[in-house]
Design a protein around this ligand. Structure first.
Ligand SMILES: Nc1ncnc2c1ncn2[C@@H]1O[C@H](COP(=O)(O)OP(=O)(O)OP(=O)(O)O)[C@@H](O)[C@H]1O
Ligand SMILES: [Mg+2]
Length: 473
Protein backbone atom coordinates (compact mmCIF):
# COMPACT_ATOMS: atom_id res chain seq x y z
CA UNK A 1 0.00 0.00 0.00
CA UNK A 2 1.35 3.40 -0.92
CA UNK A 3 1.76 5.52 2.16
CA UNK A 4 1.04 9.26 2.30
CA UNK A 5 4.26 11.02 1.49
CA UNK A 6 5.71 13.08 4.31
CA UNK A 7 6.59 16.71 3.82
CA UNK A 8 9.98 18.02 4.86
CA UNK A 9 10.89 21.68 5.17
CA UNK A 10 14.50 22.66 4.56
CA UNK A 11 15.49 26.00 6.11
CA UNK A 12 18.91 26.97 4.79
CA UNK A 13 20.31 30.15 3.24
CA UNK A 14 22.29 27.97 0.84
CA UNK A 15 19.85 26.88 -1.92
CA UNK A 16 22.14 23.99 -2.88
CA UNK A 17 21.16 22.08 0.26
CA UNK A 18 17.45 21.87 -0.59
CA UNK A 19 18.34 21.10 -4.20
CA UNK A 20 20.64 18.19 -3.28
CA UNK A 21 18.07 16.71 -0.94
CA UNK A 22 15.23 17.06 -3.45
CA UNK A 23 17.35 15.44 -6.14
CA UNK A 24 18.42 12.55 -3.94
CA UNK A 25 15.31 11.88 -1.88
CA UNK A 26 12.32 13.09 -3.87
CA UNK A 27 11.39 9.43 -4.33
CA UNK A 28 10.72 9.21 -0.58
CA UNK A 29 9.65 12.66 0.61
CA UNK A 30 8.15 15.94 -0.59
CA UNK A 31 10.50 18.85 0.01
CA UNK A 32 9.67 22.52 0.48
CA UNK A 33 12.30 25.10 1.31
CA UNK A 34 12.87 28.47 2.94
CA UNK A 35 15.96 30.66 2.60
CA UNK A 36 15.93 32.25 6.05
CA UNK A 37 14.59 31.82 9.58
CA UNK A 38 11.53 34.08 9.41
CA UNK A 39 10.35 32.60 6.12
CA UNK A 40 10.94 29.15 7.61
CA UNK A 41 8.87 29.93 10.71
CA UNK A 42 6.01 31.06 8.55
CA UNK A 43 6.19 27.96 6.38
CA UNK A 44 6.03 25.68 9.41
CA UNK A 45 2.54 27.07 9.99
CA UNK A 46 1.41 27.16 6.38
CA UNK A 47 3.00 23.95 5.08
CA UNK A 48 2.69 21.85 8.26
CA UNK A 49 5.75 19.70 7.54
CA UNK A 50 6.42 16.50 9.50
CA UNK A 51 10.06 17.38 9.86
CA UNK A 52 12.32 20.40 9.53
CA UNK A 53 15.96 20.33 8.44
CA UNK A 54 17.38 23.49 9.96
CA UNK A 55 20.68 25.14 9.18
CA UNK A 56 22.42 26.73 12.17
CA UNK A 57 24.32 29.58 10.52
CA UNK A 58 21.96 31.88 8.67
CA UNK A 59 22.19 35.64 8.22
CA UNK A 60 18.87 36.87 9.70
CA UNK A 61 18.28 34.53 12.57
CA UNK A 62 20.40 31.60 13.74
CA UNK A 63 19.00 28.08 13.52
CA UNK A 64 19.10 27.83 17.32
CA UNK A 65 16.88 30.94 17.58
CA UNK A 66 14.46 29.46 15.04
CA UNK A 67 14.46 26.21 17.02
CA UNK A 68 13.59 28.07 20.23
CA UNK A 69 10.72 29.85 18.50
CA UNK A 70 9.46 26.57 17.07
CA UNK A 71 9.43 25.10 20.58
CA UNK A 72 6.55 27.44 21.41
CA UNK A 73 4.30 25.85 18.80
CA UNK A 74 2.05 23.04 19.99
CA UNK A 75 2.80 19.76 18.26
CA UNK A 76 5.69 21.25 16.39
CA UNK A 77 7.42 19.10 13.76
CA UNK A 78 10.57 17.17 14.58
CA UNK A 79 13.74 19.13 13.91
CA UNK A 80 17.12 17.99 12.62
CA UNK A 81 19.91 20.56 12.74
CA UNK A 82 22.40 20.94 9.90
CA UNK A 83 25.72 22.67 10.27
CA UNK A 84 29.06 23.06 8.61
CA UNK A 85 30.56 23.21 12.09
CA UNK A 86 30.32 20.40 14.56
CA UNK A 87 31.73 22.29 17.56
CA UNK A 88 30.54 20.52 20.65
CA UNK A 89 28.72 23.57 21.94
CA UNK A 90 26.54 23.75 18.80
CA UNK A 91 25.66 20.12 19.08
CA UNK A 92 24.95 20.35 22.81
CA UNK A 93 22.88 23.52 22.51
CA UNK A 94 20.86 22.08 19.63
CA UNK A 95 20.04 18.86 21.43
CA UNK A 96 19.35 20.64 24.72
CA UNK A 97 16.99 22.99 22.90
CA UNK A 98 15.00 20.05 21.61
CA UNK A 99 16.47 19.10 18.22
CA UNK A 100 16.19 15.39 17.49
CA UNK A 101 19.48 15.04 15.62
CA UNK A 102 22.51 16.98 14.45
CA UNK A 103 23.98 16.36 10.99
CA UNK A 104 27.30 17.78 9.83
CA UNK A 105 27.59 19.31 6.37
CA UNK A 106 28.64 18.21 3.83
CA UNK A 107 26.46 15.16 4.20
CA UNK A 108 25.74 12.02 2.32
CA UNK A 109 22.11 12.07 1.13
CA UNK A 110 21.57 8.42 2.07
CA UNK A 111 22.84 9.13 5.57
CA UNK A 112 20.35 12.01 5.87
CA UNK A 113 17.57 9.66 4.77
CA UNK A 114 18.47 7.21 7.53
CA UNK A 115 18.40 10.02 10.11
CA UNK A 116 15.07 11.33 8.82
CA UNK A 117 13.48 7.90 8.94
CA UNK A 118 14.85 7.24 12.42
CA UNK A 119 13.49 10.52 13.81
CA UNK A 120 10.10 10.09 12.14
CA UNK A 121 9.79 6.54 13.44
CA UNK A 122 10.64 7.63 16.98
CA UNK A 123 8.08 10.39 16.73
CA UNK A 124 5.43 8.00 15.43
CA UNK A 125 6.06 5.63 18.31
CA UNK A 126 5.93 8.49 20.82
CA UNK A 127 2.56 9.62 19.46
CA UNK A 128 1.26 6.09 19.38
CA UNK A 129 2.22 5.50 23.00
CA UNK A 130 0.58 8.71 24.11
CA UNK A 131 -2.62 8.02 22.14
CA UNK A 132 -2.74 4.49 23.51
CA UNK A 133 -2.21 5.74 27.04
CA UNK A 134 -5.10 8.20 26.76
CA UNK A 135 -7.30 5.63 25.07
CA UNK A 136 -6.45 3.02 27.65
CA UNK A 137 -7.15 5.40 30.48
CA UNK A 138 -10.51 6.38 29.02
CA UNK A 139 -11.40 2.85 27.98
CA UNK A 140 -10.46 1.26 31.28
CA UNK A 141 -12.63 3.85 32.98
CA UNK A 142 -15.52 3.11 30.69
CA UNK A 143 -14.93 -0.62 30.99
CA UNK A 144 -15.78 -0.46 34.64
CA UNK A 145 -18.73 1.86 34.11
CA UNK A 146 -21.28 -0.35 32.47
CA UNK A 147 -24.34 0.73 30.52
CA UNK A 148 -25.27 1.80 27.03
CA UNK A 149 -28.76 3.16 27.62
CA UNK A 150 -29.36 6.65 26.31
CA UNK A 151 -29.30 8.05 29.83
CA UNK A 152 -25.97 6.46 30.68
CA UNK A 153 -24.45 7.55 27.37
CA UNK A 154 -25.43 11.12 28.30
CA UNK A 155 -23.67 10.67 31.63
CA UNK A 156 -20.57 9.30 29.90
CA UNK A 157 -20.51 12.24 27.49
CA UNK A 158 -20.83 14.73 30.29
CA UNK A 159 -18.09 12.98 32.28
CA UNK A 160 -15.80 13.13 29.29
CA UNK A 161 -16.53 16.80 28.74
CA UNK A 162 -15.96 17.98 32.29
CA UNK A 163 -13.31 15.54 33.55
CA UNK A 164 -10.40 17.56 32.25
CA UNK A 165 -11.71 20.86 33.59
CA UNK A 166 -11.10 22.15 37.06
CA UNK A 167 -14.80 22.67 37.64
CA UNK A 168 -16.49 21.49 40.79
CA UNK A 169 -18.93 18.72 39.97
CA UNK A 170 -21.98 17.68 41.94
CA UNK A 171 -23.06 14.10 41.37
CA UNK A 172 -26.64 13.31 42.29
CA UNK A 173 -28.68 10.18 42.27
CA UNK A 174 -30.24 7.59 44.50
CA UNK A 175 -28.13 5.29 46.60
CA UNK A 176 -26.34 2.62 44.60
CA UNK A 177 -26.60 4.35 41.22
CA UNK A 178 -22.83 4.65 40.78
CA UNK A 179 -21.97 8.12 42.10
CA UNK A 180 -18.66 7.04 43.52
CA UNK A 181 -17.64 5.28 40.32
CA UNK A 182 -18.35 8.49 38.42
CA UNK A 183 -16.34 10.56 40.91
CA UNK A 184 -13.37 8.24 40.45
CA UNK A 185 -13.77 8.36 36.66
CA UNK A 186 -13.72 12.15 36.76
CA UNK A 187 -10.48 12.03 38.72
CA UNK A 188 -8.84 9.31 36.64
CA UNK A 189 -9.66 11.07 33.40
CA UNK A 190 -8.42 14.44 34.65
CA UNK A 191 -5.00 16.04 34.63
CA UNK A 192 -4.79 15.20 38.33
CA UNK A 193 -4.95 11.44 37.77
CA UNK A 194 -1.38 10.91 38.96
CA UNK A 195 -2.18 12.68 42.23
CA UNK A 196 -4.32 11.41 45.08
CA UNK A 197 -8.07 10.87 45.16
CA UNK A 198 -9.26 11.57 48.70
CA UNK A 199 -12.72 10.50 49.75
CA UNK A 200 -14.44 11.89 52.81
CA UNK A 201 -17.89 10.65 53.69
CA UNK A 202 -19.50 13.62 55.43
CA UNK A 203 -22.25 11.41 56.87
CA UNK A 204 -19.88 8.87 58.37
CA UNK A 205 -17.78 11.23 60.49
CA UNK A 206 -19.34 12.61 63.69
CA UNK A 207 -20.34 16.26 63.29
CA UNK A 208 -17.98 17.65 65.88
CA UNK A 209 -14.99 15.83 64.36
CA UNK A 210 -15.67 16.63 60.74
CA UNK A 211 -14.17 20.12 60.81
CA UNK A 212 -10.89 18.89 62.33
CA UNK A 213 -10.84 15.97 59.93
CA UNK A 214 -11.31 18.14 56.86
CA UNK A 215 -9.33 21.20 57.81
CA UNK A 216 -6.88 19.90 60.42
CA UNK A 217 -6.15 21.45 63.80
CA UNK A 218 -3.42 23.22 65.73
CA UNK A 219 -1.89 21.82 68.88
CA UNK A 220 -4.07 22.76 71.85
CA UNK A 221 -7.08 23.67 69.70
CA UNK A 222 -9.27 21.42 71.85
CA UNK A 223 -8.88 18.81 74.57
CA UNK A 224 -6.89 15.97 73.16
CA UNK A 225 -5.23 18.02 70.40
CA UNK A 226 -1.72 17.17 71.58
CA UNK A 227 -0.07 18.06 68.33
CA UNK A 228 -0.82 19.91 65.13
CA UNK A 229 -2.48 17.72 62.51
CA UNK A 230 -3.07 18.64 58.88
CA UNK A 231 -6.57 17.98 57.59
CA UNK A 232 -7.71 15.95 54.60
CA UNK A 233 -7.77 19.04 52.39
CA UNK A 234 -4.05 19.55 52.95
CA UNK A 235 -3.32 15.90 52.33
CA UNK A 236 -5.38 16.07 49.13
CA UNK A 237 -3.31 19.00 47.84
CA UNK A 238 -2.80 18.82 44.05
CA UNK A 239 -5.31 15.97 43.82
CA UNK A 240 -9.07 15.54 43.93
CA UNK A 241 -11.25 15.68 47.04
CA UNK A 242 -14.44 13.66 46.86
CA UNK A 243 -16.94 14.88 49.44
CA UNK A 244 -19.49 12.12 49.61
CA UNK A 245 -22.91 12.71 51.16
CA UNK A 246 -22.39 16.47 50.99
CA UNK A 247 -26.04 16.91 51.98
CA UNK A 248 -25.09 15.75 55.46
CA UNK A 249 -22.47 18.43 55.99
CA UNK A 250 -23.36 20.57 59.02
CA UNK A 251 -24.37 24.17 58.25
CA UNK A 252 -21.50 25.64 60.23
CA UNK A 253 -18.99 23.82 58.03
CA UNK A 254 -20.72 24.70 54.80
CA UNK A 255 -19.45 28.29 54.87
CA UNK A 256 -15.91 27.07 55.43
CA UNK A 257 -16.27 24.76 52.45
CA UNK A 258 -17.59 27.63 50.37
CA UNK A 259 -14.43 29.55 51.19
CA UNK A 260 -12.29 26.63 50.01
CA UNK A 261 -14.29 26.47 46.81
CA UNK A 262 -13.97 30.17 46.15
CA UNK A 263 -10.49 30.96 47.38
CA UNK A 264 -8.87 27.56 47.81
CA UNK A 265 -7.94 28.53 51.33
CA UNK A 266 -8.93 27.95 54.95
CA UNK A 267 -7.64 28.12 58.50
CA UNK A 268 -7.03 25.02 60.64
CA UNK A 269 -9.19 24.59 63.76
CA UNK A 270 -7.56 26.75 66.44
CA UNK A 271 -5.19 28.25 63.88
CA UNK A 272 -4.62 31.75 62.60
CA UNK A 273 -2.63 31.19 59.44
CA UNK A 274 -4.40 30.87 56.14
CA UNK A 275 -3.55 27.67 54.35
CA UNK A 276 -3.68 27.59 50.59
CA UNK A 277 -4.48 24.39 48.75
CA UNK A 278 -4.87 23.36 45.15
CA UNK A 279 -7.67 20.80 45.23
CA UNK A 280 -10.37 19.90 42.75
CA UNK A 281 -13.63 19.20 44.54
CA UNK A 282 -16.24 16.66 43.53
CA UNK A 283 -19.33 16.19 45.69
CA UNK A 284 -22.07 13.60 45.74
CA UNK A 285 -25.40 13.28 47.43
CA UNK A 286 -28.60 11.30 47.31
CA UNK A 287 -30.38 14.05 49.25
CA UNK A 288 -32.84 16.53 47.83
CA UNK A 289 -30.76 19.65 48.34
CA UNK A 290 -33.46 22.04 47.07
CA UNK A 291 -35.74 20.77 49.83
CA UNK A 292 -32.91 21.01 52.35
CA UNK A 293 -32.42 24.68 51.43
CA UNK A 294 -36.09 25.36 52.09
CA UNK A 295 -35.76 23.67 55.46
CA UNK A 296 -32.73 25.85 56.26
CA UNK A 297 -30.35 22.89 56.36
CA UNK A 298 -28.27 23.64 53.34
CA UNK A 299 -26.78 26.99 52.29
CA UNK A 300 -28.18 28.19 49.02
CA UNK A 301 -24.95 29.96 48.03
CA UNK A 302 -23.05 26.70 48.48
CA UNK A 303 -25.70 24.86 46.49
CA UNK A 304 -25.48 27.26 43.56
CA UNK A 305 -21.71 27.04 43.65
CA UNK A 306 -21.83 23.23 43.61
CA UNK A 307 -24.69 22.97 41.19
CA UNK A 308 -22.88 24.46 38.22
CA UNK A 309 -22.03 21.11 36.76
CA UNK A 310 -24.42 18.47 37.96
CA UNK A 311 -24.23 14.90 36.81
CA UNK A 312 -27.45 13.09 37.56
CA UNK A 313 -27.32 9.32 37.74
CA UNK A 314 -30.69 7.86 36.81
CA UNK A 315 -32.13 5.07 38.95
CA UNK A 316 -31.77 1.59 37.48
CA UNK A 317 -35.55 1.20 37.05
CA UNK A 318 -35.42 4.05 34.52
CA UNK A 319 -32.78 2.34 32.39
CA UNK A 320 -33.71 -1.30 32.46
CA UNK A 321 -31.92 -1.69 29.12
CA UNK A 322 -28.71 -1.69 31.16
CA UNK A 323 -29.73 -4.53 33.47
CA UNK A 324 -28.53 -7.37 31.22
CA UNK A 325 -25.17 -5.73 30.54
CA UNK A 326 -24.66 -5.04 34.22
CA UNK A 327 -25.69 -8.56 35.18
CA UNK A 328 -23.22 -10.06 32.67
CA UNK A 329 -20.51 -7.76 33.97
CA UNK A 330 -21.08 -8.81 37.59
CA UNK A 331 -21.28 -12.51 36.67
CA UNK A 332 -17.91 -12.16 35.06
CA UNK A 333 -16.49 -10.22 38.00
CA UNK A 334 -17.63 -12.67 40.69
CA UNK A 335 -16.90 -15.75 38.60
CA UNK A 336 -13.28 -14.66 38.50
CA UNK A 337 -13.21 -13.49 42.10
CA UNK A 338 -14.68 -16.68 43.57
CA UNK A 339 -13.37 -18.99 40.85
CA UNK A 340 -16.79 -20.38 40.03
CA UNK A 341 -18.24 -21.76 36.86
CA UNK A 342 -21.16 -19.56 35.81
CA UNK A 343 -22.91 -19.35 32.50
CA UNK A 344 -24.83 -16.33 31.22
CA UNK A 345 -28.36 -15.96 32.60
CA UNK A 346 -31.26 -17.57 30.78
CA UNK A 347 -34.17 -15.60 29.26
CA UNK A 348 -36.43 -16.14 32.30
CA UNK A 349 -33.89 -14.79 34.71
CA UNK A 350 -33.19 -11.85 32.41
CA UNK A 351 -36.85 -10.91 32.16
CA UNK A 352 -37.26 -11.08 35.94
CA UNK A 353 -34.25 -8.86 36.45
CA UNK A 354 -35.33 -6.40 33.79
CA UNK A 355 -38.78 -6.03 35.30
CA UNK A 356 -37.60 -5.60 38.90
CA UNK A 357 -37.88 -2.14 40.52
CA UNK A 358 -34.35 -2.12 42.04
CA UNK A 359 -34.81 0.23 44.97
CA UNK A 360 -31.14 -0.35 45.83
CA UNK A 361 -30.15 0.25 42.20
CA UNK A 362 -26.92 -1.18 40.79
CA UNK A 363 -25.57 -2.05 44.23
CA UNK A 364 -28.58 -4.28 44.82
CA UNK A 365 -28.23 -5.94 41.42
CA UNK A 366 -24.54 -6.52 42.09
CA UNK A 367 -25.28 -8.15 45.45
CA UNK A 368 -27.94 -10.36 43.92
CA UNK A 369 -25.65 -11.55 41.14
CA UNK A 370 -22.90 -12.18 43.66
CA UNK A 371 -25.20 -14.56 45.55
CA UNK A 372 -26.30 -16.27 42.35
CA UNK A 373 -22.69 -16.87 41.32
CA UNK A 374 -21.57 -18.02 44.74
CA UNK A 375 -24.51 -20.39 45.16
CA UNK A 376 -24.44 -21.42 41.51
CA UNK A 377 -28.23 -21.34 41.23
CA UNK A 378 -30.13 -19.08 38.91
CA UNK A 379 -33.41 -20.27 40.42
CA UNK A 380 -32.89 -18.23 43.59
CA UNK A 381 -33.41 -14.99 41.67
CA UNK A 382 -37.18 -15.01 42.16
CA UNK A 383 -36.80 -15.49 45.93
CA UNK A 384 -34.14 -12.84 46.19
CA UNK A 385 -36.29 -10.39 44.26
CA UNK A 386 -39.37 -11.23 46.29
CA UNK A 387 -37.50 -10.08 49.36
CA UNK A 388 -37.21 -6.57 47.98
CA UNK A 389 -39.79 -3.87 48.13
CA UNK A 390 -39.82 -0.47 46.60
CA UNK A 391 -38.56 1.63 49.42
CA UNK A 392 -38.61 5.38 49.39
CA UNK A 393 -35.48 5.40 51.54
CA UNK A 394 -33.36 5.76 48.50
CA UNK A 395 -35.22 8.31 46.54
CA UNK A 396 -33.64 11.74 46.74
CA UNK A 397 -34.52 12.87 50.23
CA UNK A 398 -34.33 16.22 51.91
CA UNK A 399 -31.62 16.39 54.50
CA UNK A 400 -32.82 15.03 57.80
CA UNK A 401 -36.12 13.78 56.40
CA UNK A 402 -37.14 10.18 56.89
CA UNK A 403 -39.51 9.80 54.00
CA UNK A 404 -40.49 11.54 50.87
CA UNK A 405 -44.04 12.57 50.12
CA UNK A 406 -43.87 11.99 46.46
CA UNK A 407 -41.36 9.31 45.79
CA UNK A 408 -41.96 9.33 42.08
CA UNK A 409 -41.46 13.08 41.70
CA UNK A 410 -39.08 13.80 38.89
CA UNK A 411 -35.65 14.12 40.42
CA UNK A 412 -33.87 17.36 39.79
CA UNK A 413 -32.34 16.35 36.52
CA UNK A 414 -30.64 19.14 34.65
CA UNK A 415 -33.39 19.91 32.18
CA UNK A 416 -30.99 20.54 29.43
CA UNK A 417 -27.37 19.70 29.21
CA UNK A 418 -26.38 23.06 27.85
CA UNK A 419 -22.92 22.50 29.08
CA UNK A 420 -21.35 25.21 26.99
CA UNK A 421 -23.27 27.95 28.77
CA UNK A 422 -22.61 26.48 32.16
CA UNK A 423 -18.93 26.00 31.50
CA UNK A 424 -18.65 29.54 30.14
CA UNK A 425 -20.33 30.93 33.25
CA UNK A 426 -18.11 28.88 35.51
CA UNK A 427 -14.99 29.88 33.64
CA UNK A 428 -15.93 33.56 33.90
CA UNK A 429 -16.53 33.20 37.59
CA UNK A 430 -13.17 31.45 38.10
CA UNK A 431 -11.46 34.09 36.01
CA UNK A 432 -13.06 36.96 37.87
CA UNK A 433 -12.15 35.42 41.24
CA UNK A 434 -8.56 34.81 40.24
CA UNK A 435 -8.07 38.27 38.77
CA UNK A 436 -9.49 39.99 41.80
CA UNK A 437 -7.37 37.84 44.13
CA UNK A 438 -4.17 38.68 42.26
CA UNK A 439 -5.09 42.37 42.08
CA UNK A 440 -5.66 42.44 45.82
CA UNK A 441 -2.42 40.61 46.49
CA UNK A 442 -0.47 43.07 44.37
CA UNK A 443 -2.29 46.06 45.89
CA UNK A 444 -3.83 46.69 42.51
CA UNK A 445 -0.50 46.97 40.78
CA UNK A 446 -1.96 46.15 37.38
CA UNK A 447 1.31 45.56 35.59
CA UNK A 448 2.49 43.12 38.22
CA UNK A 449 -0.89 41.42 38.29
CA UNK A 450 -0.84 40.99 34.50
CA UNK A 451 2.60 39.45 34.77
CA UNK A 452 1.50 36.99 37.46
CA UNK A 453 -1.63 36.11 35.52
CA UNK A 454 0.47 35.70 32.38
CA UNK A 455 -1.83 37.89 30.30
CA UNK A 456 -1.11 41.18 28.59
CA UNK A 457 -1.60 44.44 30.45
CA UNK A 458 -4.27 45.45 27.94
CA UNK A 459 -6.21 42.23 28.41
CA UNK A 460 -6.12 42.76 32.15
CA UNK A 461 -7.52 46.29 31.83
CA UNK A 462 -10.21 44.96 29.54
CA UNK A 463 -11.14 42.19 31.98
CA UNK A 464 -11.21 44.58 34.97
CA UNK A 465 -13.75 46.61 33.05
CA UNK A 466 -15.68 43.58 31.81
CA UNK A 467 -16.04 42.13 35.31
CA UNK A 468 -16.65 45.54 36.90
CA UNK A 469 -13.81 45.06 39.38
CA UNK A 470 -13.14 48.04 41.63
CA UNK A 471 -10.20 48.92 43.73
CA UNK A 472 -11.25 49.16 47.40
CA UNK A 473 -9.74 52.29 48.89
N1 LIG B 1 -22.60 1.67 35.81
C1 LIG B 1 -22.01 0.81 36.65
N2 LIG B 1 -21.18 -0.13 36.16
C2 LIG B 1 -20.60 -1.02 36.99
N3 LIG B 1 -20.75 -1.04 38.31
C3 LIG B 1 -21.56 -0.11 38.85
C4 LIG B 1 -22.22 0.87 38.05
N4 LIG B 1 -22.95 1.65 38.84
C5 LIG B 1 -22.75 1.20 40.10
N5 LIG B 1 -21.92 0.14 40.11
C6 LIG B 1 -21.50 -0.64 41.28
O1 LIG B 1 -22.55 -0.56 42.22
C7 LIG B 1 -22.05 -0.33 43.53
C8 LIG B 1 -22.62 0.98 44.04
O2 LIG B 1 -22.07 2.05 43.33
P1 LIG B 1 -21.58 3.39 44.04
O3 LIG B 1 -20.91 3.07 45.35
O4 LIG B 1 -20.80 4.19 43.08
O5 LIG B 1 -22.99 4.03 44.32
P2 LIG B 1 -23.40 5.41 45.01
O6 LIG B 1 -24.29 6.11 44.07
O7 LIG B 1 -22.16 6.10 45.47
O8 LIG B 1 -24.24 4.91 46.26
P3 LIG B 1 -24.43 5.59 47.72
O9 LIG B 1 -25.28 6.81 47.55
O10 LIG B 1 -25.14 4.54 48.49
O11 LIG B 1 -23.09 5.87 48.26
C9 LIG B 1 -20.56 -0.32 43.44
O12 LIG B 1 -20.05 -1.60 43.77
C10 LIG B 1 -20.29 -0.02 41.99
O13 LIG B 1 -19.11 -0.61 41.58
MG1 LIG C 1 -21.43 6.41 47.39
Amino acid sequence: MKQDRLKILVIDDDPKVAWILTEGLSGSFDFVSARNGSEGLQMVTTEKPSLVLLDIKMPDMSGIEVLKKLNKIDNRPEIIMLSGHDDTHYVVESIQSGAAEFIKKPFDVKEVEIHINGVLEKNRLKREVSTLKTELRTRSQYDSFIGDSHKIMQVKNLVEQVAGSELTVLIRGESGTGKEIVARMLHNMSGRSEESFTKVNCAAIPRDLLEAELFGYEKGAFTGAHKTKPGRFEVANKGTMFLDEIGDMPMELQSKLLQVLEQQEFVRVGGINTIHVDVRIICATNRNLEEAIKLGRFRDDLFYRLNEITIFLPPLRDRSEDVTLLADHFIDKYKKLYQREASPLGPDAISQLTAAPWPGNVRQLENLIKQVVVRGEESIIADLLAGQSVSTENVLQPVGATSVQNATATPPVEKDYSLKKRVARAVSREEKGLISEVLNRTNWNRRKAAEILAISYRSLLYKIKEYGLNEMK
